[in-house]
Design a binder for this molecule. Structure first.
Ligand SMILES: *[C@@H]1O[C@H](CO)[C@@H](O)[C@H](O)[C@H]1NC(C)=O
Ligand SMILES: *[C@@H]1O[C@H](CO)[C@@H](O)[C@H](O)[C@H]1NC(C)=O
Ligand SMILES: *[C@@H]1O[C@H](CO)[C@@H](O)[C@H](O)[C@H]1NC(C)=O
Ligand SMILES: *[C@@H]1O[C@H](CO)[C@@H](O)[C@H](O)[C@H]1NC(C)=O
Ligand SMILES: *[C@@H]1O[C@H](CO)[C@@H](O)[C@H](O)[C@H]1NC(C)=O
Ligand SMILES: *[C@@H]1O[C@H](CO)[C@@H](O)[C@H](O)[C@H]1NC(C)=O
Ligand SMILES: *[C@@H]1O[C@H](CO)[C@@H](O)[C@H](O)[C@H]1NC(C)=O
Length: 636
C-alpha cells in the first residue's frame, strides 16, 4: 500500500517534471558523423543521444565513442556487426526495432558490455539453425531489458519458432523481457537462472493458456503485460502462479478472447497483491457501456491493494449508467481516449484523474465529474475533450488540486472558478481559443499565486494585442504567476497580423502609444465637431438675428403686455407705430400727430407719449409694433 502511494506520488512528480521540461529539453541538431541523424549532447558527461530512426539506413553508421543512446528504429538494417560497436564503451541503449535483421553471429554484440537496453522487436529474425548461435548474447552481461517480440514470421509458417530459451541463459541481469509466446510451456527451466526477472511482456502468441504452472520458473514475476491479439485463456486458480503479481496489463486483448470471462480474471486478482491494472484497447469490438466493466472491477477489487487503474483507448460511447465508487485504495484512474460523453463518480481517495481524449465537453458544460462535494484530487486532466465552456463550479470542493490540464480544447475564456483551489500549481490552458483574461480572472490567479507557486501555460492561444487587452498584457509582465513559454505565445494585432510575445514590453509600449493616439484622435475629432457645430449655430443666429429677436420679444410681450381695450372690436390699440429719430421729432409731433390724429382720427403710437414707463424699451417697441394695425403683417 505504501508502495502504491510512492508510485502515485512518483507519477505526480513525473507529471510535474514532464510539464516543466517540455520546452526545457535541448533541441537536437544534425550529427556530425551522419547528417541524417539527430544528436543531443548531454553536457553533464558529454554523452551523446542519437536519433537515427526512420532514415532509410541500410548500414549502421560509425558512431563516436561517447554515444550513450542510439535509436535506429524503422530502417533497413539487415545485419549487426559487433565491430561497429566495439569502442562504444558508454553505449547504454540500442534500439534496432523495425529493421530487416534476420539473424546474428557471435560477433554481433561484442563490445556492448555496458548495454542496458536492447530492442530488436519487429524484425524477421529466424531462430532455427544458426540464427542465434549459442553465446551470441554472452557479451551482454549487463543487459537489463531485452525486447525481442513481434518477430515477423516467414512465409512458410512452419519455420516460425520461439526464441530458444538457452540463448537467454547468459543474460543474468535481465529484469524485463519482451517475447513472443509460440509454444505451450514458454517459460522453461532457463528462466530459473534469471533471478532478477520481474517483468514479462508478451508479444505475439498462438492460442495460449495461463495456468497455475505457467510461471513456475519465474517466481519473482511482478509485472505481466499481455500486448497481443490472440486467444488467451486464464484458467481457474491461475493466481496461485502469480503470488507476487503487482501489475497486470491486458492490452489489445478483446474481452471476447478472455475465455473464462472478464470477471473471472478480475476477481481472481483479488487473491494477488495486485496494485496496477491496465486495459488498453480491450473493449473496442462494439460500443459498450463502461459501467458493467467498472462495477465488476469495483466489486472484485474493493478491498484489494489496487492503486492504479488504466482503462484507455476503448470504445465506450454514449451513456454511462451508474458508476459505483472506486475501490478504497485507488489513487490513480486513467480513462483517457474512451469516447466517453458522460462521467461522474464518487472519487473517494483518487488523487490523479485522467479523462483526456474523450467527448466530455458537452457534459462538463453544466455538470461535474465528481458526485461528492469534496475530494482529495490533486491532478485532473481534461485535455482534448471538445470543451468550450466549463461549469463555473467544476473545481469546487477539491482543495488539494495542484494541476489542472485543459489543453487542446475550445475554451475562449476562463470563466470557471478556481478560488477554492489555493494549492494550484499548474494550469494548462495551451492550445485553446483564449484571447485574453478579464480583470476578475487575473485577480483570481494573483490570489492563488500569493500562496502557491502557480504556473500557467497559455501556449498557442490566439491572444489579442490591442487597446482593450492592454491591462492583460501589462499583467503578464508583472504578475507573480509564472507563464510557461510566454516568449512563444502568439498575439493577434488589430490589423490581423500575428506576433510572438518574445518582446512583450515593446508590444505594450507600442500599444500604449497607439492607444494614446487613438484617444487623442477621438478627443480631437470630438472637439472639432463641437466647434464646427458652434460656428454653424452662430452663423445661423447671426443671419436670423433680427427675426430671432423679434420672435423673442414677441414671445415675451405675450406674457407681459396688456391688451389695450378696443371699443370698435378691432384688435389693435393703434393704427400705426411711428418709429423715428430724434432729429425728426418736430416733424412727428407737429405734422404727423396733428394731421393724422387730430384731423384724420387715427391713433398713433409715439414712444414719448405711449410707451409704458418702467417697461423695457425693447418690450415697448415690440408691443407697439404688435398692437399697431400698420404692422399686423408681422402679427401672426
Ligand atoms: C531508401 O534507400 C534505397 C537505397 O538504399 C533507395 O533505393 C530508396 O529510394 C530510398 N527510399 C527513400 C524513401 O528514400
Ligand atoms: C576501435 O579502437 C581501436 C583502437 O583504439 C581502433 O583500432 C579501431 O579502429 C576502433 N574501431 C572502430 C570501429 O572505430
Ligand atoms: C559475423 O558476420 C560478419 C559479417 O558477415 C563477419 O565479418 C564475421 O566474421 C562473422 N563473425 C563470426 C564470429 O562468425
Ligand atoms: C442518454 O441518456 C439520456 C437520458 O438518460 C437520453 O435522453 C439520451 O437519449 C441517451 N443517449 C443515448 C445515446 O443513449
Ligand atoms: C493515460 O492513458 C493515455 C492513453 O493510454 C496515455 O497516453 C497517457 O500517458 C496516460 N496518462 C498517464 C498520466 O499515465
Ligand atoms: C457536502 O455534502 C454533505 C453531505 O453529502 C452536506 O452535509 C454538506 O452540507 C455539503 N457541503 C456543501 C458545501 O455543499
Ligand atoms: C517556486 O518555484 C521556483 C522555481 O520553480 C522554486 O525555486 C521555488 O522554490 C518554488 N517555491 C515554492 C514555495 O514552492
Amino acid at each position: 500500500m505504501r508502495k502504491t502511494m510512492l508510485l502515485v506520488t512518483a507519477t505526480l512528480v513525473f507529471l510535474t517534471y514532464n510539464l516543466d521540461n517540455i520546452y526545457a529539453r535541448k533541441t537536437p541538431v544534425p550529427c556530425y558523423f551522419q547528417v541524417k541523424c539527430l544528436c543531443i549532447h548531454e553536457t553533464i558527461n558529454s554523452d551523446l543521444i542519437i536519433d537515427c530512426s526512420r532514415k532509410n539506413l541500410s548500414n549502421v553508421p560509425d558512431f563516436p565513442r561517447n554515444s550513450y543512446s542510439i535509436d535506429l528504429q524503422h530502417n533497413g538494417i539487415q545485419f549487426i556487426n559487433g565491430e561497429k560497436f566495439r569502442n562504444l564503451t558508454h553505449l547504454t541503449m540500442l534500439d534496432l526495432s523495425f529493421n530487416a535483421i534476420a539473424g546474428f553471429n557471435r560477433s554481433s554484440f561484442e563490445g556492448m558490455k555496458k548495454l542496458v537496453v536492447l530492442k530488436l522487436n519487429n524484425n524477421p529474425l529466424r531462430f532455427k539453425g544458426t540464427s542465434i548461435p549459442v553465446d551470441t548474447f554472452k557479451p551482454l552481461s549487463g543487459l537489463k531489458h531485452l525486447g525481442i517480440k513481434n518477430i515477423i514470421p516467414p512465409i512458410d509458417r512452419s519455420k516460425y519458432y520461439n526464441i530458444p530459451d538457452e540463448s537467454l541463459s547468459d543474460l543474468k541481469m535481465l529484469e524485463t523481457v519482451e517475447v513472443d509466446i509460440l509454444k505451450a510451456d514458454p517459460f522453461g527451466q532457463v528462466y530459473k537462472s534469471l533471478i532478477y526477472l520481474h517483468t514479462i511482456n508478451m508479444g505475439k502468441c498462438s492460442f495460449y493458456e495461463i495456468a497455475v504452472t505457467t510461471f513456475r520458473f519465474v517466481p519473482y514475476l511482478k509485472n505481466l503485460d499481455i500486448d497481443i491479439s490472440c486467444t488467451i485463456r486464464f484458467l481457474r486458480n491461475f493466481h496461485y502462479g502469480l503470488s507476487r503479481l503487482k501489475s497486470l496489463s491486458l492490452h489489445k486483448l478483446g474481452t471476447k478472447y478472455m475465455i473464462g470471462g472478464f470477471s473471472l480474471i478480475v476477481c481472481e486478482l483479488m487473491q494477488t497483491p495486485i496494485e496496477i491494472l491496465s486495459f488498453r484497447n480491450s473493449f473496442t469490438e462494439k460500443t459498450e457501456d463502461l459501467s458493467p466493466i467498472w462495477n465488476t472491477i469495483r466489486h472484485c477489487l474493493y478491498n484489494s491493494r489496487i492503486g492504479m487503474i488504466r482503462i484507455t483507448e476503448n470504445n465506450f460511447a454514449g451513456n454511462i449508467s451508474k458508476l459505483e465508487e472506486p475501490p478504497y485504495s485507488l489513487r490513480f484512474l486513467n480513462l483517457s481516449n474512451n469516447k466517453l460523453e458522460r462521467f461522474a463518480m464518487k472519487l473517494n481517495r483518487i488523487r490523479i484523474l485522467i479523462l483526456s481524449d474523450n467527448f466530455l465537453g458537452g457534459f462538463l458544460h453544466s455538470n461535474k465529474y465528481m458526485i461528492t462535494n469534496k475530494s482529495m484530487l490533486e491532478h485532473v486532466d481534461l485535455s482534448r475533450n471538445i470543451i468550450y465552456k466549463l461549469n463555473v463550479g467544476l473545481f469546487h470542493g477539491q482543495p488539494n488540486l495542484k494541476q489542472i490540464i485543459l489543453g487542446r480544447n475550445g475554451l475562449r475564456e476562463v470563466a470557471f472558478d478556481l478560488s477554492q483551489s489555493p494549492n494550484l500549481r499548474f494550469l494548462d490552458l495551451s492550445n485553446n481559443l483564449i484571447t485574453s483574461l478579464n480583470e476578475r480572472t487575473m485577480a483570481m490567479f494573483e490570489n492563488i499565486a500569493k500562496i502557491s507557486n502557480l504556473t500557467i501555460d497559455m501556449y498557442n492561444n490566439p491572444l489579442s494585442c490591442n487597446c482593450g487587452t492592454l491591462p492583460f498584457l501589462i499583467w503578464m509582465t508583472k504578475t507573480r504567476v509564472r507563464l510557461l513559454h510566454i516568449r512563444h505565445y502568439r498575439c493577434v494585432l488589430d490589423d490581423g497580423s500575428e506576433v510572438t510575445l518574445n518582446a512583450l514590453k515593446e508590444i505594450i509600449y507600442k500599444q500604449q502609444k497607439d492607444c494614446v493616439s487613438y484617444s487623442d484622435i477621438l478627443i480631437g475629432s470630438t472637439i472639432s465637431l463641437f466647434i464646427v457645430i458652434v460656428l454653424l449655430l452662430s452663423a445661423l443666429v447671426y443671419k436670423y438675428r433680427w427675426k430671432l429677436r423679434y420672435m423673442f420679444y414677441l414671445a415675451k410681450s405675450k406674457h407681459y403686455s396688456y391688451k389695450a381695450s378696443n371699443e370698435d372690436g378691432i384688435d389693435y390699440s393703434y393704427h400705426s407705430f411711428i418709429s423715428y429719430s430724434d432729429n425728426d421729432r418736430s416733424f412727428v409731433i407737429k405734422d404727423c400727430i396733428t394731421n393724422l390724429e387730430n384731423d384724420g382720427e387715427f391713433k398713433l403710437c409715439v414712444h414719448q407719449r405711449d410707451f409704458l414707463p418702467g417697461q423695457d424699451i425693447t418690450v415697448n417697441i415690440t408691443n407697439a409694433i404688435h398692437e399697431s394695425k400698420k404692422n399686423h403683417l408681422y402679427n401672426y
